[in-house]
Design a protein around this ligand. Structure first.
Ligand code: F6R
Length: 594
């Protein structure tokens, strides 16, 4: 998964391309490059971050150009493999996000026809194919070239001497930002928010020609009109706003995210908004799919469904489901994905649709691919999430699940009223966790000295143990495992020692007693113990080495506040270890490959 950008207009393109690329780095950051066109092409690229590229780049003149920030798939991160990629004449340059599945056979064919390849990438075949088919009409050459290509792509093509950009998409996102006598092309909205909030989302199969003041989009050779959308995200939302890292800013945004996500669904009069697809009387079971953090939201959803709705529910990893999962008749599928572009989710959705089931998507990105495939889309209102580690989007996802299942639930009116009250109190409870981070800071400093950590939880907090471990490992590089607390004694006990801290989530629900027993077992094996527990639960004091206190809350909502505490714990631990928190090594924000 990579970030791509294009600019055509009246201004010098280089600073615009570099500025936009810096905003796309969350999509990939192992190498980057830009190309500007005049009568010839000027390319500057390297295996460095955008900031370094900008410092080292000579001033390239031109008002039309393309740029790319890479997350390597074919070929190691290197200057040669960095995009843009050219043809043999060095007149055509291409930036690409996606995977060309048949690139090896295309490369062999093109090589036998005399084309010389410079890189190991799949992308380079596109530049050579365009060269092969070019007969004075760039758009036509791109269209013909793409007929040979199997796989996914969002591409921008630039040619020396041609004051236009040719764009195309299939299974990879691409938007056009409309300015005043200038146009922008990007893989994602945050890249261009400084310049415009008017965008067009390209659809699969679209090929477009973009000039300074025009946009012509064709599909199967016929011109089509694509709706213009106004983006509600502001440029400030995609900036750090005084915080050291996006992750910390996004953790702190969570009270607002909860409010924004619930607004409109949970009116003050206590009536929960109806949601037609869920209330379909034919629905007999629910399947919730996600990947990574969004899978953990799916798992929380499973517990919510069990408690509130009481019909069979499965939460599955989309990547696994795609190879074995069956969809029983009358199953409602819910997919959860922050980016709306995760490849495994898209495959799972297509499978669900083929099996005849309807799909509800929960996503944060308006116009994303999932929203085009889903029967109904619920947008989380988390705003742009830039840090690679998902925080506020997870929070918004589980808020949607609470609301959705409440709207479908058969619990009595008193319980529903209590739950609505609890939902409204959530922002202030989360704020309390954020305002009381002293103990978390202390525990983070301590944890930063270890290389292995266990997180344990039970019931609805078991997924939160998984999420706590995922957050810690991805940003601090400490090996962390989340476990169902009752399972430690079935193997992992062998690893417990003074060098293996255990973080235990104690909820005020029917799992509490069993959890206290588990904690005693761990303690007697000499592992340092950090306990996350509600205010006033004194029993944990004498068992734990450290206790992180969180506000008391209805147990069904305990994942919310426990998550916030564990996000902060991961963040400060990574900070102590000096890790690049917003851009962990080898990771990218949305995973568009299977
Ligand atoms: C972890 C993280 C990832 C994503 C996963 C799914 O912090 O961000 O595990 O949750 O890649 O991404 P989406 O939600 O975009 O489908």
């Amino acid at each position: 998964m990579c970030g791509i950008i294009g600019y055509i207009g009246k201004r010098q393109a280089q600073p615009i391309l570099l500025g936009c690329l810096a905003k796309l780095e969350y999509r990939g950051y192992d190498s980057c490059g830009i190309a500007l066109a005049g009568s010839s092409l000027n390319i500057h690229k390297d295996a460095v971050r955008v900031g370094e590229l900008a410092k080292a780049a000579p001033q390239l003149e031109g008002t039309v150009g393309i740029g790319h920030t890479r997350w390597a798939t074919h070929g190691e991160p290197s200057q040669t493999n960095a995009h843009p990629h050219c043809d043999c004449t060095a007149k055509i340059a291409v930036v690409h996000n996606g995977i060309i599945n048949n690139y090896q056979s295309l490369r062999q064919q093109l090589t036998s026809e005399g084309h010389k390849f410079a890189s190991e990438t799949d992308t380079e075949v596109i530049s050579h194919l365009i060269e092969k088919y070019y007969q004075g009409d760039l758009e036509k050459a791109v269209e013909t070239a793409l007929r040979d290509v199997e796989g996914s792509y969002a591409i921008i093509v630039l040619m020396a001497g041609e004051p236009k950009l040719v764009v195309a998409r299939k299974d990879s996102p691409l938007i056009i930002g409309i300015g005043d006598r200038e146009n922008f092309i990007a893989s994602d909205v945050p890249a261009i928010l400084d310049f415009t909030n008017r965008v067009v989302y390209l659809e699969d199969g679209d090929v477009g020609v973009i000039t300074t003041d025009s946009m012509k989009i064709k599909r199967n050779g016929t011109e089509v009109t694509r709706e213009k959308h106004k983006i509600l995200w502001s440029a400030e939302q995609a900036q750090k706003g005084g915080y050291e890292h996006f992750m910390l800013k996004e953790i702190h945004e969570q009270p607002k995210v909860i409010r924004d996500t619930l607004v409109g669904w949970v009116p003050v009069n206590g009536v929960v908004t109806d949601f037609a697809l869920m209330r379909d009387i034919g629905v007999e079971s629910i399947l919730i799919l996600g990947c990574g953090t969004s899978y953990h939201a799916a798992l929380v959803g499973k517990y919510i469904v069990e408690e509130l709705v009481g019909i069979p529910v499965r939460a599955e990893l989309a990547s696994e489901f795609n190879y074995y999962g069956q969809i029983p008749p009358r199953t409602r599928t819910i997919v959860i994905t922050q980016s709306g572009e995760t490849a495994d989710i898209l495959i799972a959705m297509r499978r669900s649709r083929e099996a005849g089931g309807k799909v509800i998507a929960i996503t944060n990105v308006v116009g994303s691919t999932v929203s085009r495939i889903a029967d109904q889309t619920i947008y989380t209102r988390a705003g742009p999430e830039i840090s690679v580690a998902a925080t506020k989007s997870f929070m918004a996802q589980i808020m949607v699940l609470y609301w959705l299942m409440m709207s479908y639930s058969k619990v009595d009116a008193k319980r529903l009223a209590d739950m609505l009250l609890g939902l409204r109190q959530m922002p202030s409870k989360v704020q309390q966790v954020l305002d009381n981070e002293g103990k978390i800071l202390e525990c983070a400093k301590y944890l930063s000295n270890f290389e292995n950590v266990f997180f344990i939880g039970r019931g609805i907090n078991f997924p939160i143990a998984l999420e706590g471990a995922l957050k810690l490992k991805e940003i601090s590089y400490i090996h962390a495992e989340g476990y169902a607390a009752g399972e430690l004694k079935h193997g992992p006990f062998a690893l417990l020692s003074g060098d293996t801290p255990v973080i235990a989530i104690v909820a005020q629900d029917n799992t509490r007693e069993a959890m206290l027993t588990n904690i005693k077992e761990i303690k007697s094996r000499g592992a340092p113990l950090i306990v996350l527990a509600g205010e006033g639960d004194e029993a944990v004091e004498e068992l734990a080495d450290s206790v992180i206190r969180v506000p008391r809350i209805d147990a069904i909502y305990s994942p919310v506040i426990n998550t916030v505490a564990l996000q902060l714990l991961a963040y400060y631990t990574a900070k102590h270890r000096g890790c690049p928190i917003d851009f962990p090594r080898n990771l990218a924000k949305s995973v568009t490959v299977e």
